[in-house]
Design a protein around this ligand. Structure first.
Ligand SMILES: Nc1ncnc2c1ncn2[C@@H]1O[C@H](COP(=O)(O)OP(=O)(O)OP(=O)(O)O)[C@@H](O)[C@H]1O
Ligand SMILES: [Mg+2]
Length: 315
């Protein structure tokens, strides 16, 4: 398999503090890898090493087969980076920023301009293109930042929390841009605090905690690994809740949770066959349900099980 990104044993220390403690990472070309982890886990540090901005103290990494320390120039020619904190010039307009970047990447004035126009259109920034960035909303800034990282048509794109602070609409826009880039053959490494984002976009997920990789796999694999499934039932009639809860407790030996917002009773199960027993019991009691089914744990539950933190708390 050809890997766009391959890292082995990356270590980074700040004084005595070990920020990365032997990180391995393999990203096949054309795939999206989601890097998750609580604050301080080492996500940005890894992105900075893979984009040649920081030297590892041990281990090595290649991007497109080029070493991130020895072949920095080659690596830089392949990558685009949208940092966790915006990296555009506030005083300049959106269009000026993009043209400037194009010029820095050695495009002719004309090509730089054409590329800027194209990207501004793609990110729905054409109307605001002549205004200084300092007048942009948070969502517009993030979009411009993303556009800026695409000026050089990178083969490998690092997105460090690309949608933090965006509203749901702007977030979905960013997602569709990422999907388009991947359809065009780009490889994407995405860090995010939004597990739904990783679930939506990533082919595989790597979970970091305290400078180490604590789990990796496809989203559904991780969910399975963390184990168990959840049985959920919503009785049609609210007054049946207690009876159904009692039946669930009896069948599973666990106390069901009741979510007052959506009327759902949920209980962890390890035997999927329980569902037919439940259906028979409900039928026998003359109780109907609007919703009844098994689901894998959510990625939030996976994250909690792996790191001991909820994604919200970690954010
Ligand atoms: N320049 C630095 N000097 C000292 N410590 C640093 C430096 N940069 C990062 N660290 C520490 O290294 C650890 C990893 O930081 P990093 O930014 O990689 O985490 P992260 O996973 O990106 O977190 P977040 O979710 O908050 O963005 C943190 O404990 C951080 O405080
Ligand atoms: Mg970070």
């Amino acid at each position: 398999m050809s890997y766009a990104i391959k890292a082995e044993g990356l270590v980074k220390k700040y004084g005595d503090f070990v920020a990365l403690d032997g990180v391995d990472l393999e990203v096949p070309a054309g795939k999206v890898i989601g890097v998750l982890g609580p604050n301080g886990a080492g996500k940005t540090t890894t992105v900075r090493i893979l984009s040649t901005l920081l030297r590892p103290d041990a281990g090595h990494a290649t991007v497109g087969g080029h070493d991130v320390v020895r072949d920095q120039v080659r690596v830089r020619g392949l990558i685009g980076l949208t940092g966790q904190y915006a990296s555009v010039d506030e005083e300049l307009s959106g269009a000026e920023n993009l043209v400037l970047l194009g010029r820095l990447l050695d495009l002719s004035r004309r090509d730089a301009k054409a590329r800027a126009v194209e990207l501004l259109e793609q990110f729905e920034l054409t109307e605001a293109a002549q205004r200084p960035i300092s007048t942009f909303s948070g969502g517009m800034r993030r979009r411009l930042d993303l556009a800026a990282s695409l000026v050089g048509r990178p083969q490998v794109l690092y997105l460090d929390e690309p949608t933090t602070g965006l509203d749901p609409h702007a977030r979905k826009e960013v997602w569709s841009v990422v999907r388009r880039l991947v359809a065009d053959g780009a490889t994407v490494l995405l860090t995010t605090q939004y597990l739904e984002e990783a679930d939506q976009l990533a082919d595989s997920i790597t979970v970091f905690d305290r400078g180490r990789v604590v789990a990796e796999g496809r989203p559904d694999e991780l969910k399975r690994r963390v184990g168990g499934q959840t049985l959920q039932v919503r009785p049609t009639v609210a007054r049946d809740l207690d009876t159904v809860s009692g039946i669930l407790a009896e069948l599973t030996g666990a106390a069901p949770q009741h979510d007052a917002d959506n009327g759902l009773l949920t209980v962890p199960v390890d035997d999927p066959m329980l569902i037919s027993a439940l259906v028979r019991r409900l039928d026998g009691a003359g109780i109907t349900a609007d919703e009844l089914g098994l689901r894998l744990p959510s990625l939030d539950e996976v994250f909690l099980a792996l790191t001991g933190k909820t994604a919200e708390k970690a954010a």
